[in-house]
Ligand binder design. Sequence first.
Ligand code: UD1
Length: 417
Amino acid sequence: MDKLLIHGGVPLAGEVRISGAKNAALPIMCAALLSSAPLRLANVPHLRDVTTLLNLLGGMGVAVSLDEKLGLELDAGRLHTPLAPYDLVKTMRASILVLGPLLARCGEARVSLPGGCAIGQRPVDQHIKGLQAMGADISVEHGYIIARAKRLRGARICTDLVTVTGTENLMMAACLAEGVTSIENAAREPEVVDLADCLRAMGARIEGAGSDTITIEGVSALAGAGHRIMPDRIETGTFLAAAAATGGSVVLRNTNARILEAVLDKLRESGASIDAQGDTIALAMEGPPRSVNLRTAPYPGFPTDMQAQFMALDCIARGTAVLTETIFENRFMHALELQRLGADIEITGNAAVVKGVPQLDGATVMATDLRASASLVIAGLVARGETLVERIYHLDRGYECIEEKLSQLGARIKRVH
Ligand code: UD1
């Protein structure tokens, strides 16, 4: 299994290009299932989760090809098996995103209950409840969700909590339903908006994406389209947090500061000076970081996917920070590993109290989920001596060429087998 060996203590400096967003690419690739004409996608990140989804779609009969500019073309014209098997779904929870499109297009779907990151229970009851409100007949048999509906009907759906993939699944299903669907308490994440933009380009009638009520007027068929995936705000935030923690100065290109406000505010609070222009964000750290408190919340609040990286920053900041996790119940597993590097962290319920220490010391640590891995890499970049991050397959699920990009910024980091 691959590991990352990091020799810490180098402030990051230089320029790096941000990739397309994993959490936009995955639902948008699933949107290809809604049409019999090809969907052409640009800026798709090269990630393990994307490969997993391509395998999943390929198994259903979706033809996958790359054009000369490395654009991805997905053609679901010969979709034959509306099945998402356990072997693939267990490695990636986002596979649940095929459920809504398959049901809407084929009238049936068999999707294994998902696995994914070990960051809490993560049920899919809201996806199921919404599809049932649209007339689907759904049962769970032998670990599979079995869904059937001749044609889905528009419905008023109010989700019990804000769910990102739940909103996306229901929005996609509603595109081919008969009549109007409204999703209330909808997720407002920019990735939901990017998906809605792509669906509209395919001929869907959607209003309100980006607000808490999305209205979809169903149509009988969707066409093919071309779409460019938005920049990855979590990759952007991770590189910025790494630069801040190492006292560095970086310029990130091909990104977007407007979808990252909560994170940029916290970085400024920690002492970073930030200059955002066009698709570029520049960060320069002036002095050692100051502790920052944060509370995760659905967008536009502080993203849970950035909590672990900020914990790493707070570990070596001046002062004491309280980090409160409100989205997932088991998302502090990185704290134990950070403690192995000398961090002072106390967990009580859903809050972590992080007392900044002057220095972390390198050690062997184990990645437990995707963003936890990123926090360990940041800690390793700061720590004195060598840090070996094990189980980085988690990292490869969501960060494109992370060691190449960090090396480009001057980090001493290499992948070892
Ligand atoms: C998405 C993101 C993930 C991010 C998360 C929260 C993708 C592919 N993944 O995950 O990176 O960490 O949003 O911003 O976009 N819940 C239920 N029932 C449901 C659905 C969700 O109880 O049917 C709960 C979850 O357990 C969790 C909360 O709702 O506590 C939010 O989860 P959700 O927004 O659904 O996360 P994902 O869409 O899986």
